[in-house]
Design a protein around this ligand. Structure first.
Ligand code: MRU
Length: 343
């Protein structure tokens, strides 16, 4: 299995996703600051993986405390540093909240006990994420038939999670069930998660994959060469509006025009019941150099105005179903999504 992130006695080990697919480099991160910078600079990315990194970053920060003096203030500062890294993925805030709950329970105990409880919780979040993705895969694969060609956008694979993936978990589960699935991977400008990461994951496992640029999806839909779309999510509002990598909305509109099902695969930790609609989801604006340069090579005039929103929101009416570990939600999402949390 592809190793994305791991807790070790030495620190948090992560594969540097910025170097893929040409270099597979694992580095060890030993402080909350180092983990926070790794999240900000996209060493690790993808909503569930960011959640795991957040939890491990907090556990590291607490593990590095030398004494119990001001432990509450120190914990708050550690959590705040992680909270400021990236704004859109709900999993980041969900993981912080889980760590906070455990901290509140154990804060009156010895420093060693607090540190141990924090580490245990972070490692549990990691382990559970893989189990959750397998369940998402099992529910999702039932929606796919043999010999389907599936389009995905960005990377919602093992690299975007603790392992196995959400959208690519659905692909993996279908393949494990004997279905011959072909994947079309949108390259996903500007950060190229599709070409660098999704294509790499599929090649590693010999799952047939065709890489296309983002503007080719409509062409292949018109030719009836794509039968289904499966993507991940960074945050899902209570009404089923879905924030995911920029360009996802375009794919959803194309899918609707071509009457192709558009599925979103995500854990409950991506769903934000406190945000009623997609309008309330904060959209990260990233460095414009991601658009104007490729590996340091300038590809745009110096003075041109540039925008770089990292995510867009697909309205619920374009979403055929949301596949979670607790089952599949369909319209009306305002009812089916809260019901998943009761299961
Ligand atoms: O900017 P990124 O690479 O963190 O964005 C990732 C995505 O948009 C993924 O599709 C999403 O997080 C789902 S990952 C299972």
């Amino acid at each position: 299995m592809i190793r994305t992130i791991e807790w070790t006695d030495d620190g948090v080990v992560m594969i540097d996703q910025r170097l893929l697919p040409t270099e597979e480099v694992y580095n060890t991160y030993r402080s909350v600051e180092e983990v926070a910078e790794a999240i900000e600079t996209m060493v690790i990315r993808g909503a569930p993986a960011i959640g795991v990194a957040a939890a491990m970053g907090i556990a590291l920060g607490v593990a590095n405390l030398a004494s119990k003096e001001n432990v509450e203030e120190n914990f708050a500062a550690i959590a705040l540093r992680i909270q400021k890294t990236r704004p859109t993925a709900r999993n980041l805030f969900w993981a912080i909240e889980r760590m906070e709950k455990v901290f509140q329970k154990v804060q009156d105990r010895s420093l060693e006990e607090i540190q141990s409880a924090m580490t245990t919780e972070a490692v549990t979040i990691h382990r559970e994420d893989i189990e959750i993705n397998r369940k998402i895969g099992e529910h999702g694969q039932q929606l796919l038939s043999d010999k389907m060609t599936l389009l995905t956008h960005c990377n919602a694979g093992a690299l975007a999670t603790a392992g196995y993936g959400t959208a690519l978990g659905v692909v993996r589960a279908a393949v494990e069930n004997g279905k011959k699935i072909q994947v079309f991977a949108n390259e996903t400008r500007p950060f190229l998660q599709g070409s660098r990461l999704t294509a790499w994951e599929m090649m590693k496992e010999d799952i047939p994959c065709t890489l296309i640029t983002d503007n080719m999806a409509g062409y292949f839909m018109q030719l009836n060469q794509i039968q289904v779309v499966v993507v991940g999510a960074d945050r899902i509002a209570r009404n089923g509006d879905v924030a995911n990598k920029i360009g996802t909305y375009t794919v959803a509109v194309l899918a609707r025009e071509h009457q192709i099902p558009f599925y979103v695969a995500a854990p409950l930790s991506t769903i934000d019941l406190d945000t009623p609609t997609g309008e309330g989801i904060p959209i990260e604006q990233r460095n414009i150099q991601e658009v104007t340069e490729i590996k340091g090579q300038v590809i745009a005039p110096a003075s041109v105005s540039v925008a770089n929103p990292a995510f867009d929101v697909t309205p619920n009416r374009l979403v055929s179903a949301i596949i979670t570990e607790k089952g599949v939600a369909t319209d009306p999402y305002g009812e089916s999504i809260p019901a998943l949390f009761e299961k």
